[in-house]
Write a protein that binds this ligand. Structure first.
Ligand SMILES: [Zn+2]
Length: 164
């Protein structure tokens, strides 16, 4: 079911192509450790565009909702993805100049020719996610006290008691 999404990046830009679709979370294995369940999907749109001096660029948009793990209560905290990235294609192994590094409006993507779009989307999602996702207020009454943490196995221990 997992389709290969490999494009010739430079040709894609030259021909001003457009690629749209969706990816199941199942197809993005590097995100699996970060979510409470491998369910749902993300939408993406990739466009080949040129910079003001003809620089080859890719415009990538990704949206969707990921069920991330709250670092405080370990329950699901839904993270809404809204990625809008401009990526300039540069030869592999090239070093961007200082001026280019200071330009926050775009990122550099070293690519020789073939580009795995699925892996690119996965990279961009990983970059966009919060380092420590958490609810603004976890749904547990005890959590209003600063520094108080519910024990992650407390619920499990309660369950075990019922089974005995
Ligand atoms: Zn929480």
């Amino acid at each position: 079911m997992s389709q290969q999404l490999v494009i010739d990046a430079h040709r894609f830009v030259r021909e001003s192509r457009n690629l749209e679709g969706s990816l199941e979370l199942l197809e993005l294995p590097r995100l699996h450790d970060l979510v409470t369940q491998v369910a749902g999907k993300v939408q993406y749109r990739l466009k080949g565009v040129s910079g003001e001096r003809g620089q080859p660029r890719l415009h990538l948009e990704v949206s969707g909702v990921l069920p991330l793990i709250c670092q405080r209560c370990l329950a699901t905290v839904e993270e809404e993805l809204e990625i809008d990235s401009l990526l300039e294609l540069v030869p592999e192994g090239s070093e961007p100049t200082q001026e280019e590094l200071e330009d926050d409006s775009l990122d550099f993507l070293p690519v020789a020719g073939a580009l795995d779009v699925r892996a690119l989307i996965e990279d961009e999602i990983l970059l966009a996610l919060p380092v420590a996702p958490r609810h603004e207020a976890c749904g547990l009454p005890s959590d209003t006290e600063a520094g108080e943490r519910p024990h992650p196995f407390a619920a499990l221990a309660g369950l075990k008691g019922k089974l005995n």
